[in-house]
Write a protein that binds this ligand. Structure first.
Ligand code: MG
Length: 362
């Protein structure tokens, strides 16, 4: 078993091992005095794993209830949270009890937010089942829901008591979910680790998932430990996300997956960095090639003005300026404050110069 210790305000361990889901009860028992556990999961994941996790928790002496919500990003709103609260209250959950988030990023964000707010905060444990959740959203303590105006506009920082990552769950995922997670995996190489980026170029990541997950989680752990509340360094994790979120928003959060939108955003930002003399030449082409290697898209037909308008409502927008993440080269990143009015021009240079929006990259 691989263990990554996260030293945030409230420290916890991320455990990575095949078959871990069936040992949930054993680890929960070591971490909590809870009597009751509510497993929060969605309609896709529940038939696959809810019974296994429930049996493990029951065998460890917990009273267990399962709350199942309809799968999909479209469910990530406050009405779904209200349904979870109802289950928690009806089951008699106290401040000592435990929520288990079993599923992908949407599930973890919502179960975590319910845990952060119910009775002003109770414990929760993350059991991420998608690659995206395993390498990214289950680590770092961000929880929350979407509003019609944008993603993750309501939320709280709330650290789990543990994250149990069972790579066996990836074997049951449709292929596009694995591809989706690779967007964030490649991001870690881009912002912090040139050797990892080169490793992804040379190896088939899907054949060495435990190592890939451990590397990603360790990078995120290091960043989050130094900047739990996203005052500075943690912003680097948003590489590709300003434009990625803009693309997702323009497609109503249903036309493209998060990781795929981030892939397009990373290539565009690297290209913009090159066009503005901030990023080593050839960086964008190398990112685009790696994205293509793992089946990720690298371009969009949205115009720079459409993307800039959508980015304006991004929650990272602070007044008239926006913090974008750029690379000096693969493995080395920095943030740059750009006036909102200049964002379009900043990314547009690339579309004029090399036809980014119309097929220069495939
Ligand atoms: Mg992300």
């Amino acid at each position: 078993m691989k263990t990554v210790h996260v030293n945030t305000g409230r420290p916890y361990d991320i455990l990575i091992a095949r078959g871990l889901l069936s040992r949930t009860g054993e680890f929960a028992r070591q971490l909590t005095d809870a009597k009751r556990v509510v497993i929060v999961t969605d309609s896709h994941v529940a038939p696959l794993y809810a019974q296994k996790v429930r049996d493990s928790l029951t065998a460890a002496g917990f009273d267990v209830a399962v709350h199942i919500f309809p799968a999909g990003e479209a469910q990530k709103h406050l009405d779904t949270i209200a349904d979870i609260y109802r289950t928690l209250a009806d089951f008699g959950m106290t401040r000592k009890d435990l929520i288990v988030a079993l599923g992908g990023g949407v599930c973890g964000d919502m179960a975590g937010f319910a845990a952060a707010t119910y009775l002003r905060g109770i414990d929760f444990m993350q059991l991420p089942t998608s690659l995206l959740a395993q390498v990214d959203s289950s680590v770092g303590g961000k929880t929350g829901v979407d509003l019609p105006q944008g993603k993750n506009l309501v939320g709280a920082f709330h650290q789990p008591v543990a994250v149990l990552i069972d790579p066996d769950t990836l074997g049951t995922l449709p292929e596009n979910f694995l591809t989706d997670g690779m967007g964030e995996v490649i991001k870690y190489g881009c912002i912090k680790d040139a050797a990892f980026f080169a490793y992804l170029e040379k190896h088939d990541a899907f054949a060495c998932m435990e190592d890939v997950i451990e590397t990603c989680v360790s990078i995120k752990r290091d960043v989050v430990s130094r900047d739990e509340r996203e005052r500075g360094e943690r912003m680097l994790l948003n590489f590709g996300h300003t434009l990625g979120h803009a693309i997702e928003k323009l497609l109503d959060f249903s036309g493209i997956s998060h990781g795929m939108a981030v892939a397009v955003g990373m290539v565009m930002m690297a290209r913009a960095g090159e066009a503005n003399g901030l990023t080593d030449a050839g960086t964008a082409a190398r990112i685009a090639a790696l994205c293509r290697q793992y089946g990720l898209p690298t371009q969009t037909d949205f115009s720079a003005s459409q993307l800039a308008a959508a980015a304006r409502s991004d929650k990272k927008t602070a007044g008239d300026s926006i913090n974008v993440v750029l690379l000096t080269k693969i493995g080395d990143s920095f943030t740059k404050k750009i006036e909102i009015a200049e964002l379009q021009e900043f990314i547009q240079g690339t579309s004029k110069n090399i036809g980014l929006f119309r097929g220069a990259l495939h």
